[in-house]
Ligand binder design. Structure first.
Ligand SMILES: [Zn+2]
Length: 435
């Protein structure tokens, strides 16, 4: 394709709206310019002259969605996704820390990083926010692999200086040097962004948390960490920070709670903590697959939403055992039904909300209103799904359930990553199944 020419696609399209609903187009025409900016999106065809110099992809039996956005995951853990059944703290000791330690091997880090970003795209994720291993060379390798994969990557070297094996410790002074180096090398370069990443309060000294708070504010960076995932973790955090009234107050008192803070989990927060997080406009990232896998609990998504909290959705690999944000969205709906049953209150989320959250909702949490849905001026990040692969033996041709909402529902509940046939970022194909 000529670099200056635009592109386009003709397909069935599902488009999230700012109100949190989905619009369904049985056949839509989506065009973008040579920079990947959307110039036309309608169910009616554009004038022929507008299509000139555009390479148009005809995908009439496919369903197109905006590229999925994963707001919380861990690159070095992908290799052991689906393994282990402990609760959080023993699971970290037994699986996570030894696995992350393996990333001091440059060859392993290189291979695993390339595989991780390819897997993101294969699962339909075109924007990913990920924790990296706690070694500077492995972080360089990961940024390089993300750049090569051509997806949007918000990445952070995981910082820890206590309560973890000695090989994983980074001193406060070294952490600052590492952050400066990564900021200069990668932040804002192409589709790469640096995220300040203290793992969680338990593994960070007060000085390390203060550095993270200050550095993220000084450079206007996102900060990602975990909060209130497991009762034992909460008790241990409060023991380590005796002057803080709550887990949220630990982060707040070290400058780590702001509008670019992404807090994984937030399952067991008190009303006081909810008020504090809302006031700071930080985002709580729901990770329902992980929360069921480690038996951590169920985050009350609908209640938090009604309370005005900013929310996100993430795979949290490897405690989340799948990299697919469609799986994650489905789990968000399923656990909300269980929560409703047990709480006696209506806390159910539905498919439309969950798909909105995995696309436009996560884009807004990431301050990227140009992503997550299709409209003039937005980026052409999209995935192409072949829903006939839900059940190849049954086939779609003889199936009576073929309206677009029915097809989407089948993708949502019976989908698997192999159904994602293509992923485009900025209008360029960055993943094509079988190629
Ligand atoms: Zn996590």
């Amino acid at each position: 394709m000529n670099l200056n020419s635009g592109g386009g696609i003709i397909a069935a399209v599902v488009n999230p709206t700012a109100e949190g609903r989905l619009e369904y187009f049985d056949r839509a025409y989506l065009l973008w310019d040579g920079n990947g900016v959307i110039t036309y999106f309608q169910s009616e065809p554009p004038p022929l002259e507008q299509m000139a110099h555009h390479e148009i992809l005809l995908r009439e039996n496919r369903v197109v969605l905006p590229g999925l956005i994963d707001l919380h995951t861990h690159l070095p853990q992908y290799e052991f996704a689906g393994i282990g059944t402990d609760e959080l703290l023993p699971w970290l000791e037994r699986y996570t820390y030894p696995q992350e330690a393996r990333f001091c091997d440059d060859k392993l880090a290189e291979k695993a990083s390339a595989a991780f970003f390819q897997s993101c795209l294969k699962n339909g994720t075109t924007t990913v926010v990920a924790y990296l291993a706690p070694f500077l060379p492995a972080a360089h390798t990961a940024f390089a692999a993300a750049e090569k994969a051509n997806l949007r990557a918000y990445l952070g070297l995981t910082l820890m200086d206590r309560n973890v094996p000695a090989t994983l410790v980074t001193s406060v002074a070294q952490a600052e040097r590492n952050l400066v180096e990564l900021l200069q090398h990668y932040h804002g370069k192409g589709k790469l962004q640096l995220v300040v990443t203290p793992r969680f309060a338990m593994s960070c000294s007060p000085d390390l948390l203060s550095l993270c708070g200050e550095f993220s504010r000084a450079h206007n960076l996102f900060l990602q960490t975990h909060i209130s995932e497991n009762p034992t973790e909460i008790a241990e955090t409060l023991r380590l920070f005796p002057n803080c009234k709550s887990y949220a107050a630990v982060y707040d008192s070290h400058g780590c709670l702001h509008e670019r803070t992404l807090l994984g989990h937030g399952i067991h927060l008190s009303e006081e903590e909810i008020a504090l997080i809302r006031e700071r406009a930080a985002v709580i990232v729901h990770c329902p697959l992980s929360n069921t896998f480690l038996g951590s609990g169920i985050m009350p998504y609908q209640r938090y939403r009604a309370q005005g909290l900013r929310l996100g959705l993430g795979s949290d690999v490897a405690a989340g055992y799948a990299l697919s944000m469609l799986f994650e969205a489905r789990q968000m709906v399923e656990v909300s039904k269980l929560l409703s049953r047990f709480s006696g209150k209506d806390e159910r989320a539905n498919m439309e909300q969950a798909i909105f959250q995995a696309t436009l909702g996560n884009a807004l949490a990431l301050e990227r209103p140009d992503l997550g849905s299709f409209a003039l001026g937005k980026r052409a990040d999209l995935i192409v799904i072949d829903d006939s692969l839900c059940d190849p033996l049954l086939g779609m041709a003889r199936n009576a359930y073929h309206t677009l909402p029915e097809r989407l529902s089948r993708i949502f509940y019976r989908g698997h990553p192999d159904m994602v046939r293509e992923a485009l970022v900025d209008g360029k194909v960055v993943f094509a199944a079988g190629s």
